[in-house]
Structures are given as structure tokens and as C-alpha cells.
Design a protein around this ligand. Structure first.
Ligand SMILES: [Zn+2]
Length: 333
């Protein structure tokens, strides 16, 4: 109560977008770099703009060298087997960006998560991080959130030769490390623990081959897929349909895939419904790493939507040569 009054006096306030009942990030040590206003979403940020790829954006410096993952952590992680009675679920949001676009930031989604105190995990492409440095820093700094990676420029890793995947991951990890370095160097930012690099990776389109899956694990990254698809890039799927589809498929240990880069058509509208309904069913929210720490990962040796082979059509929709021909659309993740 005292904190609320103090904020009101300072004129910061806790509006509809940043309720005091949820995250108090703006008042916490890591959040002192930003006021509540600076954290809140702004109109127009959701828009995705075409742009010409400029190689000058590629981060320089030494590669980030992480130890390869051991057996038991290798493969495509689809969810987590939890001890009986644990009802945790991980909401995840991809922030895809291909080479020829400046992808969006959907602040309403982040504001809803903060307002409701809901933990979540974001998977930004490396280029997205560099196109949205301030927003990227805010997400990484927020103790409610975990930030993984989604490749450098969202190429189809099922078609990508493993050596090209390695080069892509090198750029991606350098971008991630650069954002974290800049954040940790800020005088206003005093994190309890400063993570220097991400530990999680999500395949663009959710596609991989044996070589690129190994390349991700060899780069020291857990490959995080999902077991619940929101379908939110589809205009045909309403907010109510997203709520119904997600809530009817979530089970303890589930990982749900959604979008917060402007490609989720009704995601912002659906999210409060999804959160309320899952809470009504006794679920609590965890980041992916927290979820993994509570049980045993469910691991597959290939990457798929809901059953092996069901995303083969993406290879025609998203061939490698399309990468520099325009933004990807469609319903892929
Ligand atoms: Zn994506």
C-alpha cells in the first residue's frame, strides 16, 4: 500500500497497463533504468516494416563459446514431466525477424504479463534484439521473464546446412551477449545474477534436421519446442478460439507457443482470457528454465508441431531462397 501511494505521489502510477497487483518491476533494482511509462507499450510498435538487410548490423567480436550439451539434454524439448500435483505451464512468445524486415514489438502483451504478474519466456531473433535494443534490455532485465533466442534471421533450419546453422548461431549468440553486456554495464541496473548469455533456443518455424539440431546442442543451447500451439499468426483464429484451443490442450508441464512481434493477430486480446482461464484451472506460470528445473524434459529427436512430420509443408512455404526476397507470412512459428 505504501509503495502504491509513493508511486502515485511521484506521478508514476499503476495504470490499467501496469497494475500494481502484478510485477513491480519498475520499482525493483533491475527495473530502475526505466519508468513505468518507458516500460509500457506504445501505439505503432506492433507494425512490421520491410527493410533491406544491411550486413553492417552483424555483431563483431569473438564468438560466444559455450560447452556442448551432454546426453539427456540433447534433442527437441516439447514439455516437462512434472511430479504429481505440480500444475505449472510455460507461456512462450516468439519475436521472429527475418533479414528483410524490422519486426514489431507488441507492448500490450508484455504489459498484460507484467500487470498480471505472469512469468513468460521470449524467443527473439538476434536481429530483432539489435532492432529493438531498449525493449530487449527491458525484457532481459525483468525478473518475470526469461529471454532465449530464435536464430539470427529466422531461416528454415530444416533446409539449412549445419555449417550455415553454426554461422547463424554465432551471430545470434553475439547479438544476445552484446545486449546483456550493455545492460550489465548500465549504472542503473543491478541484477541479482547477471546472465551473460542465453541458454535456450527455439527453431524458426519449429523446423530442424538432425544436423541443425546437433548444431544447436553443440552450441550449448537447449532446443525448446512446444506441446501446445496457439495458432495466433492466423487471422482466422479469434481470441476466444485461442483461449479455447490453448486451455483445452494445456497439461501440467506444457509449453505454449505464441507471438509478440506483431505476427500474433489476436494474441493481445486472447492473453488475459488465457491467463484467467488457466488460473481458474489451478495452473501457475513458470519460465521455461524454471519448468525444466521442476521435472524431466520430454525430448524428441525431430522438430514438429504436434506429431512427427506434420510441418513438412513449411519447406515449400519457407525455402531458403525466400529469405532475402521478402518478409515471411503464413501461419508458421
Ligand atoms: Zn518465429
Amino acid at each position: 500500500m505504501r509503495g502504491t501511494m509513493k508511486l502515485a505521489i511521484l506521478g508514476i502510477g499503476c495504470g490499467a497497463l501496469l497494475a500494481c497487483a502484478g510485477s513491480s518491476f519498475a520499482r525493483e533494482p533491475g527495473g530502475q533504468c526505466w519508468s513505468a511509462e518507458a516500460l509500457a507499450g506504445r501505439p505503432g510498435e506492433k507494425a512490421i516494416h520491410r527493410s533491406t538487410y544491411d550486413p553492417a548490423i552483424e555483431p563483431a567480436g569473438e564468438d560466444v563459446a559455450l560447452p556442448p550439451l551432454p546426453a539427456g539434454q540433447r534433442g527437441s524439448i516439447r514439455g516437462v514431466r512434472l511430479p504429481k500435483g505440480e500444475r505449472l505451464v510455460a507461456l512462450t512468445f516468439d519475436l521472429c525477424s527475418n533479414a528483410n524486415e524490422i519486426s514489431g514489438y507488441e507492448g500490450g502483451i508484455v504489459d498484460t504479463l507484467r500487470g498480471a504478474g505472469v512469468k513468460a519466456t521470449f524467443f527473439p531473433s538476434g536481429k530483432w534484439l539489435l532492432d529493438h535494443k531498449e525493449r530487449a534490455g527491458q525484457l532481459i532485465a525483468d525478473p518475470l521473464f526469461e529471454v532465449g533466442s530464435h536464430s539470427w534471421t529466422h531461416r528454415n533450419f530444416r533446409l539449412l546446412p549445419p555449417q550455415d546453422a553454426g554461422a547463424d548461431l554465432a551471430l545470434d549468440l553475439k547479438a544476445d551477449a552484446a545486449i546483456r553486456r550493455a545492460l550489465n554495464a548500465k549504472a542503473c541496473y543491478r541484477p541479482a545474477t547477471a546472465q551473460e548469455h542465453t541458454a535456450l533456443f527455439r527453431f524458426p518455424f519449429g523446423t530442424c534436421n538432425a544436423g541443425t539440431l546437433a548444431a544447436v546442442n553443440d552450441a550449448g543451447l537447449l532446443a525448446i519446442q512446444w506441446d501446445v500451439v496457439s495458432g495466433d499468426p492466423s487471422k482466422a483464429i479469434s481470441a476466444e478460439a485461442i483461449r479455447q484451443g490453448v486451455v483445452s490442450h494445456v497439461k501440467p508441464g506444457s509449453i505454449v507457443v505464441m507471438h509478440a512481434n506483431g505476427r500474433g493477430v489476436h494474441t493481445a486480446e486472447a492473453l488475459p482470457l488465457v491467463i484467467a482461464d488457466l488460473r481458474k484451472h489451478g495452473f501457475e506460470f513458470a519460465t521455461v528454465s524454471e519448468l525444466l528445473s521442476k521435472g524431466e524434459p520430454v525430448i524428441a529427436d525431430s522438430c514438429y508441431e504436434l506429431k512427427p512430420g506434420d510441418n513438412a509443408r513449411y519447406d515449400k512455404l519457407f525455402p531458403l531462397e525466400r529469405d532475402h526476397a521478402g518478409p515471411h507470412g503464413g501461419i508458421a512459428n
